[in-house]
Design a protein around this ligand. Structure first.
Ligand code: GCW
Length: 600
């Protein structure tokens, strides 16, 4: 167990995350000399610890018996050391070998959908210490890879000057077991290499990528590979040359293959080729013909839901449809659509919901869009740190419960008596459902304000925008009812699901109520399971969401004296704002829907 500082002796600005160890320098650490040994020597409150290499063990796994940790290598020992300090015993091995963060960080230091300051990698200045702390925090929860730049990638990323910087960052991360990857712009051979085309079947283009891969691996021999957003939201891709995604991905895969690299190819593609098609169907239509055609070092990376990181979505049916293609899931840690860094929303329950439908053994790895920036407390909101923590812990073991993870995080991050900890725990565990309730209950989706995605705009329509960006497209409210008919009488998106979900979702009577308006256009007067009408239910959910946040504020008052002042106060301010914003959601959405519902 670790020792915590007395609350008043140190500024509690959140910068130490869950690693709030005090130096005790008590333990006598024997065995392998490595970072794990140093960490234990500094912070472990036991008398002794022993580190043993056992090459027969699985990669990254550790075994803790008494105070002896065994693992295959120094990284496994490091994972074991952190586990010992949080009180674990016995054997543990990760579910996935690929546990990766995706940073949407731009080379000018800004972060797309970042709500916690500028980039720790690209903002001007020397952030070596910060990056080292980042590595340590990731290692403590088992994250072993990272993509350093935005999927909307600048071609400059692959210039010699930037590769040099990547090499420096890789050197800081390597001792903590973190492999570096880059997002690439598919048109880099033109923008950077002066070629006339980026056609993946053009020999010069392939040669350019081969040479680029060679240049990178010469500097960074353990470089991981590339993440690619192609032919999506204006990004270039193989489609520009009438080539398939497989043809584009395979050309890159061949370039990194000699060095053991991989390509993570995103399926988040909609628009251009699919005019008029229900947006949530488009990824499957776009990719299904490529199934089985990718090289073995390509992984298809898909968001958990078929739309875009909404507070609640059904799982993405692409996971059912690509049967011969390795796949990984992309989760979003940064709360783009869940109150950003201003709302307290603990995301583990949402991710676990996804794993109920897409079993972890169907996936090759797991990616999380990071919520980290240069803000003192890393994530903007003190409680958003819990989402980074939970992502790592679930990437290691998706069978952990949201409650177990939250308890671990609370115990390490604050210093609370059990009853108070449990009060805060209850707030965390209820927070995601509360957010769904005050933003878009019963399967409503994407009724956010344009562009920044913060706050409600159910009447949102702009003729100059693609219809898939307009809230009115998603709720389809009229005098008869509300919701998007995706059943066989509508867009038939339900047909993309495997049984039993296909039938379950298709029938308004069996469709789970939390997805009701996602799959069906339902009369305002339709009676739900509780006997109340749809319109009454919608109102009840919004009211409930708001009253949950009121209760969070009550809990927060109750625990005031158990917290350090700074973190309590900063969280309080955010909770007050969250309540105001939840009330705005309630008012704007109910006023708007009432204008249809009460006419009928
Ligand atoms: O969620 C949407 C975001 C974009 C993002 C895109 C994507 C990086 O609003 O900011 O771009 O998805 O995932 O590619």
């Amino acid at each position: 167990m670790v020792v915590f500082s007395a609350m008043t002796t140190m500024a509690e600005d959140g910068s130490r995350l869950w690693l709030r160890y005090e130096k005790v320098q008590k333990a006598c650490v024997t065995g392998v000399e490595c970072i794990a040994a140093q960490e234990l020597r500094n912070y472990y409150d036991g008398e002794r610890a022993n580190l043993v290499i056992d090459t027969t063990m699985a990669q990254d796994a550790y075994h803790i018996e008494g105070t002896t940790i065994s693992a295959k290598d120094e990284i496994g020992l490091l994972y074991g050391a952190y586990a010992l300090m949080r009180g674990e015993e016995g054997y543990s091995a990760p579910q996935w070998q690929l546990r990766i963060l995706n940073h949407w960080d731009n080379l000018d230091g800004s972060i797309e959908r970042g709500y916690a300051g500028q980039s720790i990698f690209w903002e001007k200045g020397d952030h070596t210490e910060r990056i080292k702390e980042y590595a340590r925090a990731n290692a403590s929860i088992g994250i072993n890879a990272t993509v350093l730049n935005n999927v909307n990638a600048s071609p400059k990323m692959l210039s010699a000057a930037y590769i040099k910087q990547v090499k420096k960052i890789a050197a800081i991360l390597r001792p903590y077991g973190i492999k570096v990857f880059l997002s690439v712009n598919f048109a880099s051979p033109m923008a950077l290499g002066g070629l006339k085309t980026a056609d993946p079947l053009d020999a010069q283009v392939a040669a350019w990528w081969n040479a680029k891969a060679k240049e990178i691996y010469k500097q960074i021999p353990d470089f991981g590979g590339f993440l690619v957003k192609a032919n999506s939201e204006g990004q270039p891709g193989p489609g520009d040359y009438h080539r398939t995604h497989a043809e584009g991905a395979n050309m890159l895969a061949d370039a990194v293959k000699p060095y053991g690299g991989i390509i993570m190819w995103r399926s988040f593609v909609y628009g251009a080729n699919h005019k008029g098609e229900d947006r949530v169907k488009q990824a499957v239509s776009e990719f299904v013909n490529d199934d089985g055609k990718f090289r073995d070092n390509v992984i298809l990376q898909s968001k958990n839901g078929p739309l875009d990181f909404q507070p609640r979505e059904p799982y993405a049916p692409i996971f059912d449809n690509m049967k011969r293609t390795p796949q990984m899931a992309e989760l979003q840690i940064t709360q783009e659509y869940l109150g950003q860094s201003r709302h307290l929303v603990y995301l583990a329950p949402m991710w676990q919901e996804f794993f109920r439908f897409v079993k972890p053994n169907r996936l090759k790895g797991i990616a999380g869009v990071a919520n980290i920036g240069l803000d003192k407390n890393w994530c903007g909101h003190h409680f958003s740190q819990a989402n980074w923590y939970a992502f790592g812990r679930l990437a290691w073991n998706p069978d952990l419960t949201s409650e177990e993870i939250a308890k671990e995080w609370l115990t390490q991050t604050f210093h609370l008596p059990t009853t108070k900890r449990d009060a805060v725990l209850s707030m965390m565990l209820r927070s995601r459902e509360a957010c769904v309730d005050y933003m878009m209950p019963l399967g409503l989706h994407h009724i956010f304000k344009f562009d920044h995605h913060y706050g409600p705009e159910p009447d949102g329509f702009k003729a100059e925008y693609p219809i898939e960006w307009c809230p009115v497209y998603y709720h389809q409210a009229d005098s008869l009812g509300v919701g998007f008919n995706r059943s066989h009488t509508g867009t038939n998106a339900t047909a993309q699901y495997a049984e039993p979900y296909r039938s379950l979702y298709d029938d308004v009577k069996t469709c789970p109520e939390e997805y009701l308006l996602w799959f069906h256009h339902v009369p305002w007067t339709y009676r739900l399971k509780n006997g109340h009408t749809l319109w009454e239910n919608i109102q009840e959910h919004y009211h409930h969401g708001v009253s949950e946040v009121e209760d969070f504020l009550r809990i927060w008052q109750e625990v005031k004296t158990d917290f350090d002042e700074q973190r309590w106060q900063e969280t309080q301010e955010r909770l007050l704002h969250q309540l105001e914003n939840a009330r705005e959601w309630q008012k704007v959405c109910l006023d708007y829907f009432r204008s249809f519902a009460e006419k009928s």
